[in-house]
Design a binder for this molecule. Structure first.
Ligand SMILES: [Zn+2]
Length: 227
């Protein structure tokens, strides 16, 4: 326990952040969160808040995740305000505004990890499985259009509804990762090893974040350009 507390104390305070070490710290932070969920540390530290107000922000990780209200990235990784640059949309879909935000964070701060974090029972993914024939979906339509290729691919793999949702959620994460990796601005950072873009899934009930194998190529074929 003391060792973990010491680790957490030093969590985001070391001078030099190596590639991968940010990711390792996030994994440790999530371990702490799942072990001591009821006693999670506050996400704001007044001295740090004042320092950031004076000196500006310098996040270490970009978190691209769903807008679902049950997800709180700082809490999940036992981090603080100022640690993450966060992009949130229903189903963590990314388009021009989100891509620009990620590119800005990587080129203007110490970010060396971009995590695309899906989650269990994602309403955006579930919604794609439901028949919306005859319903005016407004802009929700744009979100479903982004998620649909992951549903289609998952349907090719399974007929079971539960497995379909789980697999589609996973594929939707791979899809967003692949899209982010298309960025010409991020390309040199990724190729030189300065930046990792990795998928993950958050367990709503357990608080646990499972990281994906970042060597797997996105199984979803999706040719739509980011426009
Ligand atoms: Zn969701």
């Amino acid at each position: 326990m003391r060792k973990i507390l010491k680790y957490i104390k030093d969590f985001f305070t070391s001078e030099k952040i190596e590639v991968n070490s940010t990711l390792e710290r996030l994994k440790e932070g999530n371990l702490y969160f799942t072990s001591y969920m009821l006693h999670a540390a506050p996400v704001s530290n007044i001295e740090k808040v004042r320092e950031m107000a004076a000196l500006g922000q310098d996040p270490h990780a970009v978190i691209v995740t769903c807008s679902d209200a049950r997800i709180s990235p700082e809490r999940i990784f036992n981090a603080e305000m100022g640690d993450f640059f966060i992009i949130r949309t229903a189903g963590h879909v990314v388009g021009p505004y989100e891509m620009g935000s990620i590119e800005y964070a990587v080129t203007h701060s110490s970010v060396d990890v971009v995590i695309v974090m899906g989650h269990e029972n994602c309403g955006a993914v579930k919604s794609c499985i439901i028949d919306h024939e005859g319903t005016d979906l407004g802009y929700i339509h744009n979100i479903l259009e982004e998620v649909q290729p992951s549903i289609d691919k998952a349907r090719q793999e399974t007929n079971n509804d539960y497995d379909l949702l789980e697999r589609a959620e996973e594929l939707n994460v791979y899809h967003t990762v692949a899209k982010i990796k298309q960025s010409k601005i991020l390309e040199p950072y990724i190729n030189s090893g300065k930046l990792i873009v990795i998928g993950a899934k958050y367990g709503i009930a357990t608080g646990e974040v499972t990281f994906f194998d970042d060597t797997i190529t996105c199984p979803v074929v999706y040719n739509k350009k980011i426009d």
